[in-house]
Write a protein that binds this ligand. Structure first.
Ligand SMILES: O=C(O)C1=C[C@@H](OP(=O)(O)O)[C@@H](O)[C@H](O)C1
Ligand SMILES: C=C(OP(=O)(O)O)C(=O)O
Length: 445
């Protein structure tokens, strides 16, 4: 069995007046997971600074240990991984339990699939509902075998990897960095060349880290919005230092809070501005958000900037489906911003939201309605008719951190307080959410 969840802890947010101050959100979750995984696959000591110490990443660190790495925490955010080395992973004795983490579990399936070992994967009630077939299908083409699985290709499952994964050319059926990364990570131990084609470009942290650790990898455009990634197998992966930039998906919460709480003026420091993660920023600016970027610089191979956000009069916009991959985790908080905007916001092409930690499309709509916001799901689109939020509602979070944080932000500017039924799972991605928001003046109870 997987670890039991902490008992649910409801939390409410009330209108708090202007927010002010400077904050730095924790390290990026995608980069943090990958730092542990590449540390495991490289030889030597990978030093990581600014690691997100969220539960999801801690699960990946634990799985890396189970597969043969030595993983040590020196001080907050400062970690070292001594890798087992590509091709030399250990057979794990216990189940690899990924808790709530889609990224950790799916990327590690790719790693296991490229090694002659058998591993059992499991997770919490949310992760057990999420589709794994999208990962297992390409891994089977590469030579892995699923020995056991729950109905519909779900966790818990047992995966047997291959000593010599086959080189494949794989076109991902949906824009997903997790599918792309699993195929590439398995392909690392293939004697040939692995090619992944995506019709819509998804976040490129795996490609960047492959190159950083010494693999030969190229990425070229494919069609109007896509990429073709080519990886030469069996590289010498050598440990490299990783500096994790601040997570734009976490920065989204204080930024939107400042936009909707009258009189606010805040700075969020060191936020990664990778264009494949910046769809929310583009959309908010189209809505009239007063967000400016200062002190642009490079950190850990990524562009970062300090973002200043001030209370703004927002207007509804039409968000094209092609933008979804670059803001996929930000729709819950965008829906909150849209609730305070004048007019209608239509967010198109959100089918992938149905398979996240919860069915986010349904969870967002239910939370908005519970707080007096007029909204509608039409096909895969979400339409929000803004103009202010009465609040007063209780939001069901379904073990979904982004739903919990988004609706707590809503409460900071609603006419009545907004309560979420559970805040414990916020620790999966943003353990310091509450003190960070309180340092800006947010009121929770
Ligand atoms: O690769 C990653 O680090 C992630 C990819 C995205 O998932 P999909 O690949 O399912 O779109 C995103 O939702 C998740 O939070 C992190
Ligand atoms: C979808 C998310 O994460 P994961 O897929 O890693 O569970 C998220 O953090 O919003």
């Amino acid at each position: 069995m997987t670890a039991a969840h902490a008992p649910a802890a409801p939390l409410a947010a009330a209108a708090s007046g202007p927010l002010s101050g400077r904050v730095r959100p924790p390290g990026d979750k995608s980069v943090s997971h990958r730092s542990m995984i590449f540390g495991l696959l490289a030889t030597g000591e990978t030093k990581v600074e600014g690691l997100l110490e969220g539960e999801d990443v801690l699960r990946t660190a634990q799985a890396a240990r189970q597969l043969g790495a030595k993983v040590v925490r020196h001080s907050p955010g400062s970690w070292s991984v001594w890798g087992a080395g590509l091709g030399s992973l250990l057979q794990p004795v216990e189940t690899l339990d990924f808790g709530n983490a889609g990224t950790g579990s799916r990327l590690m399936m790719g790693v296991v699939a490229g090694h002659p070992i058998v591993a059992r994967f499991d997770g919490d009630a949310s992760l057990r509902k999420r589709p794994m077939k999208r990962i297992l299908d390409p891994l089977a083409l590469q030579g892995a075998q699923v020995l056991e699985q729950a109905e519909g290709g779900r966790l818990p499952l047992v995966l047997q990897g291959s000593a010599e994964p086959l080189p494949v050319e794989y076109k991902t059926p949906v824009a997903s960095a997790q599918i792309k990364s699993a195929v590439l990570l398995c392909g690392l131990n293939s004697p040939g060349r692995t090619i992944v084609i995506e019709a819509e470009a998804s976040r490129d942290h795996t490609e960047k880290m492959l190159a950083h650790f010494g693999a030969e990898v190229t990425s070229e455009s494919y069609g109007p919005h896509g990429r073709k990634i080519t990886l030469e197998g069996r590289p010498e992966l050598v440990a490299r230092p990783v500096r994790v930039p601040a997570d734009p998906s976490s920065a989204a919460f204080p930024l939107v809070a400042a936009l909707i709480a009258p009189g606010s003026d805040i700075v969020v420091e060191g936020v990664m501005t990778n264009p494949l993660r910046s769809g929310l920023l583009t959309t908010l600016q189209e809505m009239g958000a007063d967000i400016t970027l200062d002190n642009k610089r490079e950190e850990g191979g990524e562009e970062v900037a300090d973002m200043r956000a001030r209370f703004s009069s927002l207007s509804g916009v039409d968000v094209p489906a092609a933008r979804a991959p670059s803001m996929i985790d930000e729709y819950p908080i965008l829906a909150v911003a849209a609730s305070f905007a004048k007019g209608e916001t239509r967010m198109r092409g959100l089918s992938e939201l149905r398979v996240k930690e919860s069915d986010r499309l349904a969870a967002i709509a239910a939370g908005l309605k519970a707080n007096g916001v007029d909204c509608e799901i039409v096909g895969d689109d979400l339409i929000v008719r803004g103009g202010g939020v009465s609040g007063g509602g209780l939001v069901e979070t379904h073990l979904d951190h982004r739903i919990a944080m988004s609706f707590l932000v809503m409460g900071l500017a609603a006419r009545n307080k907004v309560t979420v039924d559970d805040e414990t799972m916020i620790a999966t991605s943003f353990p310091s959410f509450r003190p960070l928001m309180e340092s800006l003046g947010a009121r929770f109870s």
